[in-house]
Design a protein around this ligand. Sequence first.
Ligand SMILES: Cc1cc2nc3c(=O)[nH]c(=O)nc-3n(C[C@H](O)[C@H](O)[C@H](O)COP(=O)(O)O)c2cc1C
Length: 242
Amino acid sequence: MPSMPASRRSVALKTDMTTDQAFAPEATAAVYRAIAERRDMRHFSGGTVPPEVLLRLLQAAHQGPSVGFMQPWRFLRITDAALRQRLFEVVEHERVLTARALGQREDEFMCLKVHGVLDAAELLVVALAEGREAHVFGRRTLPQMDLASTACAIQNLWLAARAEGLGMGWVSLFDPAEVARLLGMPAGAEPVALLCLGPVAEFYAEPMLQRERWARRAPLSTVLFDNQWGQPVQGLGDVDAQ
Ligand SMILES: Cc1cc2nc3c(=O)[nH]c(=O)nc-3n(C[C@H](O)[C@H](O)[C@H](O)COP(=O)(O)O)c2cc1C
């Protein structure tokens, strides 16, 4: 098994209640542990997800925040094997097109495992509902907040799945029009994620794309500024310390 990530060790040691509204230290540490050990998973070990667990995960997703409380997400559970096979083909088609679009990195990309659509115990499709234009609160200048809200729901599911010991992979390699057609979505609805969910033999100790040297997590100091874009943050100590 991979060793405990540094971020989890430090949380376990440093957790301290700073307000009387905080969870107990071990509960707080569990939240940070789920965040640190959540991984995008593409290797699954078969098995099943018990219905009561799947329901808990979907309830966690549905508790996500949403702009104007619009709850734009819709979840479709794929239980039809032939339909899953069709979705697999749609993803594989896009995988090849993506590789071509990458140019120089085409071969490198084709060596990566970028989904577990056929291997995961469960396949869920997450879509934006139709009729979103009626929701203006928080979206008049930023209409994409519907997608942001749906991503929050997916992240809830992802973290809860990690806590339940289940892996999840977010797949966005597909033609949305084709997925919408396959799943009988109404005009205006838009699929945004295929979620591969299920038991895994082990969780990657670090992002798989980092392990495969595709990309690395950027140091926090390079994405965190004081007041003005590009101005290094002050007063938080060594922000890149693990
Ligand atoms: C919106 C979104 C779409 C993603 N789509 C894919 C995908 O199509 N295929 C894939 O292999 N990973 C996909 N990922 C997973 C990322 O590659 C992964 O989150 C990143 O490499 C960091 O790894 P980690 O999630 O394990 O920390 C997606 C992640 C997000 C947030």
